[in-house]
Design a protein around this ligand. Structure first.
Ligand code: SER
Length: 889
């Protein structure tokens, strides 16, 4: 074979390189910094900024082979792939580029030369088209004298004006088409009523093999065309169709794009898979299987290149495109009788056929095969069941004479069996059945609402009830009197290993609200999986349980699953108790401080309660004591706590306190305690006030202007707090060697003594600093082998005071050996050596003092950290202190 795809690529690059173009490699399929596009869908996309003049190119002439994907947006060929012989999602585009350099004349002349001289196509097979208003291009063709006038054709915007998308650089173009002979098309089938010709939609006989775009405008969002600062050339030649045309000429028969060498390598691999795993139909033997062969070959290229460019299957944007492509290909495998993962085989064919031209797919081959197989296996589990469902539904529809698959079924296929909508549509297309897309979208919207609720729950965004309650997505709290229940999952989200959120129809779990924290506990699925609930929250009228999976996986809690719910009873009871206590506190505050006091917020958890209320200035100690007294009296009164549902207006008439900031529906819960407290409240409560046991105020503080906060503990928590305090008091007593009242006396004395000593020391230091006696010296600091030795001579400082001074010096220096000598008068001297604790293992104060005391005619000793001595020769003090450094070294 002369014109293999590899040769065509090379000849194109060489031809333009010889004409001053720099060869550049293909850019990634993922456009860099272009939010308008999901994928590079044309060779010009990576050069967009050069055309727009916002970036300056390094070279004015460039040639390349660019990977392209037409699977979304303006250029989307997905639906046609497989059904005919020339559409692709992934394809390669040969292009030469002039960035404000040469223009129409060279572009046209060179392409003609390439096609007829290099590739050897007979000019009698070729046609040129130009835009009807592009006189310049038409004249160039005429002047070239290579084509008769009747084969230089004019067309309008639809055929001869090229745009990459709704916005961006664009301009008129000139195309070169080849006539592939009568056998290449069946006009009755492809375009009934129209003869084969250039630009006839669906015609497979006249094929464009060169698109020369003369970029000169930018189209903005409003649709307006603005001339660009410079004019550019953007050419695109589809490699696959060019190869099909050239290889057909060589073979003397019409070949489709999928018959070229490159695709045959891939298709051979799929044939092996079909033979080993499937029904064994080879390519070219059966119309239906051939569609699947082509689709698989095409999709195999797309998945291979997308994964190599860093995309992995997922549920949004590019990730979802990849997932859809893999799933579509897997479904086509079923049509070849293959019921096991096989796409890695097709992928191997792609790497074999294209790995030399695109090293990135070789490099990523192992990972790519893994990603593909994983996605395929995942989908494989539900694919067959989904296809069965479609068969059943089809039989149903056909029997009833219908033509539409209900949206609900399409949604079920999507939601339960992982069928992207386009896959379902594709399957049904063979049966001329449509999908009720509008119906599908309604279900999708509900699904989105569910996931939004779940997400909101995961993020802890709790909002009041809303219209979503009307969509059957509300949950009912049934936990006022029970801690367990059974229900059905309405929505779930999150991932294994991460936090998971579950919404059920009825739950005993109290969702955070009215200051009371959300319940904890466990949810068990019928399949035995366990979710540990760490928090429960309200979101848009639903109750969301947030937690992590302890056994099984997130799939066990999918929508529709039956579950058992169990609340952590001890925790709830503690919270319940504290919640009731806040009502009593609220009452007592109003009783003692006046009815202008009202609640501004609260937090009730199992260990403590916090209550914020509007009040100016701190609450005095005696008022606090009265409040605490009053609360405990009400607890001992053991008043009955009753809960009654009634209309909001009736509740207010009955004197209920409505909490500031809370929202109430028409029916409200009224919580009464004895004859002293009536409040609207959705929280959980005890049945008699005595259940609180004890109420202990912990703190009173200001949190904002005009808002005070009380913190308190109750019941067992209060007892524990008191015990903890008692223990601390006992320890203090033990340290002081006195208890109760005596301890206070003792402490007072100690503090007074400390004050007195402080005073003396300060006076002494002042005396030293002013050098009152004239003989006290400054510190002398020397370093011996990394150890600081600090010495100081004092005048008239007694040994006790020397210790204080030494302590200060030790503190000041951190790590040091301190030596002090004091002249006490009458020839008497005192010496002191102190060593910081980090050094006492090496240097002992006692050893040093023993060595220096004899110098002043004395003796001494002491501990490793402190030693003192007396002596009788004041004239030798300096000598004794100087010896310390020597001893340390
Ligand atoms: N931009 C034109 C195309 O994609 C020529 O490269 O067909």
């Amino acid at each position: 074979m002369r014109w293999t795809t590899a040769k065509i690529r090379q000849s194109f690059l060489d031809f333009f390189a010889e004409r001053g173009h720099t060869i550049v490699p293909s850019a990634s399929l993922i456009p860099k910094g272009d939010p308008t596009l999901l994928f590079v869908n044309a060779g010009m996309v990576p050069f967009k900024d050069y055309f727009l003049g916002v970036r300056t190119p390094q070279h004015l002439r460039v040639v390349d082979v660019q990977k392209c994907l037409r699977i979304s947006g303006k250029h989307n060929d997905l639906e046609a792939v497989g059904r005919d012989t020339y559409h692709h999602t992934f394809f390669e585009m040969l292009g030469n580029w002039s960035f404000g350099d040469y223009y129409k004349e060279e572009a046209i002349r060179w392409h003609w030369e390439l096609i007829t001289k290099v590739w050897g196509v007979d000019p009698s097979l070729l046609y040129a088209t130009v835009h009807k208003d592009d006189k310049e291009a038409e004249d160039i063709w005429i002047k070239l004298k290579v084509l008769p006038r009747d084969r230089i054709l004019q067309f309008g915007d639809k055929d001869n004006f090229w745009e990459m998308g709704p916005t961006g650089p664009c301009g008129p173009n000139s195309e070169i088409s080849i006539d592939r002979g009568e056998g290449a098309c069946s006009p009755e089938k492809n375009h009934p009523g129209q003869k084969c010709f250039v630009n006839v939609d669906g015609c497979e006989r006249f094929i464009e093999i060169g698109n020369l775009v003369f970029i000169q405008y930018n189209r903005d969002e409003s649709g307006k065309l603005t001339p660009l600062p410079k004019k550019h050339v953007d050419t695109g030649t589809g490699l696959e169709r060019t190869a099909a045309a050239l290889q057909s000429i060589e073979a003397g028969k019409v070949l489709g794009n999928y018959d070229i060498d490159l695709f045959q390598t891939i298709i051979k691999k799929i044939e092996i898979a079909a033979k080993e795993l499937g029904d064994g139909h080879a390519y070219g033997k059966n119309v239906e299987s051939d569609i699947s062969y082509r689709a698989i070959a095409d999709h195999a290229r797309t998945m291979t290149f997308l994964i190599a460019d860093g995309v992995t299957p997922g549920n949004t944007d590019r990730e979802y495109v990849l997932r859809r492509i893999i799933r579509r290909a897997a479904r086509h495998g079923r049509y070849l009788g293959i019921h096991r993962p096989f796409l890695a085989m097709a992928h191997a064919g792609v790497v074999e056929a294209m790995g030399d031209a695109y090293p990135e797919i070789k490099k990523a081959a192992a990972k790519t095969a893994e990603v593909i197989t994983q996605e395929e296996s995942r989908f494989g589990e539900t694919l067959d069941r989904g296809l069965e469902l479609i068969d059943t539904e089809l039989a149903h529809i056909k029997k009833g004479g219908g033509h539409t698959l209900p949206g609900e079924i399409a949604f079920k296929l999507y939601d339960t069996y992982g069928f992207p909508l386009d896959l379902t549509e594709d399957v049904l297309r063979n049966h001329s059945i449509d999908v009720d897309v509008a119906g599908f979208n309604i279900f999708m919207d509900q699904q989105r609402t569910r996931s939004r609720i779940v997400r909101a729950g995961l993020q802890g965004i709790a909002r009041g009830p809303s219209q979503f309650e009307n969509e059957g997505l509300s949950s009912r709290f049934v936990g006022y009197h029970s801690y367990e229940g059974e229900s059905e999952v309405l929505a779930a989200g999150g991932r294994d290993g991460d936090q998971v959120a579950v919404v059920v129809a009825e739950t005993p779990f109290y969702p955070e609200g009215g200051g009371q924290i959300g319940d904890r506990g466990v949810i068990e699925s019928a399949s035995g999986a366990i979710l540990e609930v760490l928090d429960t929250r309200k979101a848009e009228g639903s109750i969301v349980h947030v937690g992590r999976i302890l056994r099984g996986d997130a799939g066990d809690f999918a929508r529709g699953a039956r579950v058992k719910l169990k609340v952590d009873k001890l925790r709830r009871d503690a919270a319940r108790l504290n919640h009731s206590a806040t009502h009593i506190l609220h009452y007592a505050l109003r009783d003692v401080l006046g009815s202008s006091v009202h609640q501004a917020g609260s937090l009730v958890d199992p260990d403590k309660l916090r209550f914020d209320f509007a009040h100016t200035g701190p609450v005095k100690d005696d008022a606090l004591a009265t409040i605490e007294e009053e609360i405990n009296a009400r607890i001992r009164e053991n008043a009955e706590v009753t809960v009654e549902e009634m209309a909001y207006d009736d509740a207010i008439k009955a004197g209920a306190l409505a909490f500031f900031g809370d929202k109430y529906g028409d029916r409200v819960r009224v919580v009464r305690m004895g004859d002293f407290s009536v409040e609207l409240c959705g929280g959980t409560h005890i049945s008699r006030t005595g259940d609180v046991g004890m109420f202990k105020l912990e703190a009173e503080s200001g949190v904002a202007a005009g808002v005070r906060r009380i913190e308190a503990v109750t019941g067992q928590g209060a007892l524990e707090t008191i015990r903890k305090r008692e223990k601390i008091l006992e320890e203090i007593g033990a340290q002081l060697g006195a208890r109760d009242g005596a301890a206070v006396d003792r402490l007072e004395k100690l503090l007074a003594r400390e004050k007195e000593l402080e005073k003396k020391l300060r006076a002494m230091e002042q005396k030293l600093a002013s050098g009152a006696s004239g003989a006290s010296s400054e510190e002398t600091v020397t370093e011996v082998g990394g150890i600081k030795v600090v010495t100081r001579k004092l005048d008239g400082v007694d040994p006790r005071m020397m210790r204080e001074i030494a302590d200060r010096m030790r503190q000041k220096h951190g790590s040091a050996v301190v030596a002090l000598g004091s002249d006490l008068g009458d020839g008497k001297v005192a010496l002191l050596v102190a060593v910081t604790p980090d050094l006492t293992s090496k240097i002992k104060a006692g050893d040093i003092i023993k060595n220096i005391a004899p110098i002043v005619g004395g003796t001494g000793g002491g501990r490793p950290d402190l030693a003192q001595a007396g002596g009788r020769d004041a004239t030798k003090l300096d000598e004794a202190l100087a010896k310390v450094a020597t001893l340390v070294s």
